[in-house]
Each structure stands twice: as structure tokens, then as C-alpha cells.
Design a binder for this molecule. Structure first.
Ligand code: FAD
Length: 463
């Protein structure tokens, strides 16, 4: 068996593993072996549905060392007025370039694609080639980095939790572009961002809203994209920070937190009459929300049990189906729930969210903190994990962990300047726009209120 020694073994070359490795390499002399069972870097984007785009602007997605996109503000189409958002094809090309042009030329990174991490023992980590079964034992001198812990659960790789008669057409959104016959009606199953993307796409293709039925158990709270804009529009993002802190100071609990964010215009819901119960940190535009509100056939079922040739059984009862029905499975969790564990442990790093979303920024932060030569306790103080349970009632707990970490990093003399300049930080242009009223006003507000917000969140997180 081949034996490899390296400083860090990074398992998973998706957005998490790539952003971590890129920042670590830039700030240390470490060697890295990056392993993925997929053939190329990019993770779930390699299997994404063709009409997906980033939820956030490209300007702060990816790895630190390579820009993604042109930092253009779209003038036409559904994203008009906002910074461009890359398609899946652009993102896959980007990660290949990041590997080929940034990481591999350092001579300190090796990429093993189509290779599974199978087992871990005191002797090392067993990797198996999915092409020819060759086994490799990797012995990391410093750490193994689990960049699979918050990996995405996506429709094309997901096994639905219900039975389906073989005569039924059930497809992931990926296959909507390749139907064998036109549908009489589409039944979209799921309430998250993938389901919203799918409904928006169907409507944009001209499908009559009356020919779409939407099985949507719990509605999600979502960020209004207008508040996540960087660079010349960074005032929007700074306003979001100020509103978040103001809300944190006043909110009684997670549910109240969400309602207040809605009152401030930051959170959006789909149905004005139904209070959302779910939160996974997704972002939408008001235009997308307006579009999907045209769909009136909404079934409030939390669970589909089976789909037969003529009927569908759900926890809300039996629903009619038929031969012309195309069911679209959007029940994969996207950002799945994961139990919290320390990011830094002896011999191990587990990449997780350390902020409210923006995974590449989180992973790069962990890479930079790892490079700073601190003890695990100090590193964990700088990077408390932020856990998305999917439940809106947990919003205060999530916000408390995120704000604690943010404050610790802003106060740290090594992390703060790195963070302020990182291309993955949505606020990186804030100092260049200090004359902007939103930026200056938000900074002043944050300086005055962050301590009280932390205290408020500590209380409400306990409820
Ligand atoms: C449609 C969609 C849009 C999104 N948009 C955004 C956005 O705009 N901004 C944002 O911050 N987040 C967004 N997210 C959240 C998303 O989770 C992250 O952006 C990110 O791409 C996830 O990267 P990851 O590396 O954690 O996981 P993945 O992309 O799932 O990568 C994990 C990798 O680990 C590999 N792997 C797993 N187990 C093993 C093993 N045993 N051996 C070898 N390899 C293994 C897998 O093959 C995979 O390539 C979006 C998610 C979805 C689904």
C-alpha cells in the first residue's frame, strides 16, 4: 500500500475544503493532501440543477486567492440592481482554476480525486481510489480536516423518504430540462430554497401558476437579498449588521427575533398569512417571492408517505395525481442539521459555520485561525460553531454563537486585519465607503450596541 505523509489531510474539496486549504497555504508553510470522492473540486456544485445560481453575490464566494466573476452589478433580468451571482457551470470552472492555478502551483498541495476516505486508525487514514481500488495510507503530521461535516444534501444525490410507484414521474430539479413528455401539472415537494428556485424557474419558463401544486409543510424565513450586497452597495450589508444587533438587543426569543427582522424588512416570508417555522440562512429577492406567491395550490403537508399511480398519500391526507403529473423532489435539506462539535480538537479540525451563512468565509476564517499558532482553546474561542438546526425557534441560539465569534475575531489583533481585507468578507469595502451614511451610521450603532446585543442574546438563547 502506498503511504503518504503530509501536514494536513483535508477530506472534501467542496467550498469548505477549498477555502480552508487556500487560506492555510497562503499563511503557513504547510503541505496539504486534499481528497474527494468526486473527480474534481467544487463539491455539490458539480451535481447541481442547471438553473441554480449562488444565493449570494459571486464577489465574496469561493477562495480568497482568486476572484469569482467580474464584480458587475446586473442591469437586466431577475437580479437587476444586485451584484452578479455565478451559475453552477461558472462555479465548477472556478474551482478547477483555483486548484490548477492557485493551489497546485505552490507545490505544497496534492489533490486526490475519485478517492474515498474510508477509515481512520492509529496507523493513519485509509483512502481508496474509486477508479481502480488502489489503497493509500495517509499520515497527517499535524491534523486531519473534516470538510464534509456540513456538506450539502442535494436533490440529485438524495434518496426520497417516501415510496414511489414505478409508473410515476418523480424527478430531481436537474431532470426538468430533460422531460420525455410535457407535464399536465407539476407537483413540487419541499419548502426550502431549492423548491423556491424550482417554482421560480417553472414560472419564468411560462408555466401557468395554476399548473403548479406546491407541497410545502413549513415555510422558511429568508434574508432579503437587497441586504447582502458588497462593494459599492456595502451600505446595505452594514445596515443588515446594525438591524441584526438592534434586534438581538430587544428580542425575547428566537421566534420574536425573526418577527422583528421581518418588521425591519430584512426577513421575508412567502405567504403573508403563514408564519414561517424554518430557517436555514437562505437568501431570496422580493421579486422571487412575488413570483411564487402566484402559486395558489399549496398543500400544507409536512410529510409525503407515498406516491401512487393516481394518488399521493401525505400526513395531510390523500391528494389526487395522475399520469400527466410530474413530481419534483426538492426534499433534500440543502444545508443539513449537524450536531455541534468543537472546530479545533487535538489532531482534528471540523469545518463548520462560524457565522450566519457564507460558508467559504467561515472555512477561510478557520484556515487563518489555524495558521496563527494558537492553542485549541483560544482557537475555539475565536471560532464557536454556529449550528443551523433548521428550526426558526433556534435563531437566538444561532445568533448568539455567531455574534460571540464575530466579536472575538474583531478584537483579535491578528485575525481582525486579515478578516477586514479578505475577499470573502461581505463587508470588506466598508472602510472605503465610510462617507456612505449607511456605513458610518451602522458602524456607530454597532460600536454602541454590540455589548448589549450579546447580553440580550445570551438571555434569549436560554429560552
Ligand atoms: C443550491 C445551493 C446554493 C447555495 N448557495 C450558497 C451561497 O450562495 N452562499 C453560501 O455561503 N452557501 C451556499 N450554499 C450552502 C452550501 O452548503 C455551500 O455554499 C457549499 O457549497 C457547501 O460546501 P461543502 O464543501 O461544505 O459541501 P459539499 O459541496 O457537499 O462538498 C463536500 C465534499 O466532500 C466530499 N466527500 C464527502 N465524504 C467524503 C469521503 N468520505 N471521502 C472523500 N470525499 C468525501 C464530497 O464528494 C463533496 O465533494 C448553497 C447550497 C446549495 C445546496
Amino acid at each position: 500500500m502506498r503511504v503518504l505523509e503530509t501536514d494536513y489531510l483535508v477530506i472534501g474539496a467542496g467550498a469548505s475544503g477549498m477555502a480552508f486549504a487556500d487560506t492555510l497555504i497562503a499563511h503557513s508553510d504547510a503541505e496539504v493532501v486534499l481528497v474527494d470522492r468526486r473527480h474534481a473540486p467544487g463539491g455539490h456544485w458539480l451535481d447541481a440543477y442547471p438553473f441554480v445560481r449562488l444565493h449570494q453575490p459571486s464577489a465574496y464566494y469561493g477562495v480568497e486567492s482568486l476572484p469569482l466573476g467580474q464584480d458587475r452589478i446586473d442591469e437586466h433580468g431577475p437580479n437587476a440592481g444586485f451584484y452578479e451571482r455565478a451559475s453552477a457551470a461558472e462555479i465548477c470552472d472556478y474551482y478547477t482554476r483555483a486548484l490548477d492555478e492557485q493551489l497546485l502551483p505552490t507545490g505544497r498541495v496534492r489533490f486526490l480525486g475519485l478517492t474515498d476516505h474510508r477509515a481512520e486508525s492509529s496507523d493513519g487514514h485509509l483512502l481508496v481510489s474509486l477508479l481502480d481500488g488502489t489503497e493509500t495510507l495517509v499520515r497527517p503530521r499535524r491534523k486531519v480536516v473534516d470538510a464534509t461535516y456540513v456538506q450539502s444534501d442535494i436533490p440529485s444525490r438524495h434518496v426520497p423518504g417516501f415510496t414511489v410507484d414505478e409508473s410515476v414521474t418523480l424527478v430531481p430539479p436537474n431532470d426538468l430540462v430533460d422531460l420525455s413528455a410535457p407535464a399536465e401539472r407539476f407537483t413540487v415537494i419541499g419548502a426550502g430554497k431549492t423548491a423556491i428556485d424550482t417554482c421560480v424557474w417553472l414560472l419564468e419558463q411560462g408555466v401557468d401558476p395554476d399548473r403548479i401544486r406546491w407541497i410545502r409543510g413549513r415555510d422558511p424565513w429568508q434574508f432579503d437579498r437587497a441586504f447582502t450586497q458588497p462593494l459599492d452597495l456595502v451600505g446595505s450589508y452594514m445596515r443588515l449588521q446594525a438591524v441584526w444587533v438592534e434586534t438581538a438587543e430587544a428580542a425575547a426569543d428566537g421566534t420574536d427575533f425573526a418577527r422583528r427582522l421581518e418588521d425591519a424588512g430584512v426577513f421575508l416570508r412567502i405567504d403573508p398569512a403563514v408564519e414561517p417555522q424554518m430557517f436555514r440562512g437562505a437568501t431570496v429577492s422580493r421579486r422571487e417571492i412575488d413570483l411564487v406567491r402566484a402559486i395558489e395550490q399549496v398543500v400544507r403537508a409536512r410529510r409525503v408517505q407515498s406516491i401512487g399511480a393516481r394518488t399521493m398519500i401525505t400526513d395531510a391526507g390523500e391528494l389526487p395525481g395522475g399520469p400527466g403529473e410530474v413530481y419534483v423532489d426538492c426534499t433534500a435539506a440543502g444545508v443539513p442539521s449537524s450536531a455541534p462539535r468543537p472546530v479545533f480538537e487535538p489532531g482534528r479540525i471540523t469545518i463548520q459555520y462560524v457565522g450566519v451563512g457564507f460558508l467559504p468565509w467561515c472555512a477561510a476564517t478557520i484556515g487563518f485561525v489555524e495558521s496563527a499558532g494558537l492553542g485549541d482553546d483560544e482557537k475555539n474561542r475565536l471560532c464557536p460553531p454556529v449550528v443551523f438546526t433548521g428550526d426558526a425557534a433556534d435563531l437566538a441560539r444561532l445568533a448568539y454563537a455567531a455574534l460571540r465569534g464575530q466579536v472575538a475575531r474583531v478584537r483579535d489583533e491578528a485575525v481582525a486585519p486579515w478578516n477586514a481585507a479578505s475577499r470573502l468578507n461581505p463587508a470588506r469595502a466598508a472602510f472605503d465607503h465610510i462617507d456612505d451614511e449607511d456605513v458610518a451610521g451602522s458602524f456607530a450603532f454597532l460600536i454602541e450596541h454590540t455589548r448589549a446585543a450579546l447580553a440580550g442574546l445570551e438571555q434569549s438563547a436560554r429560552r
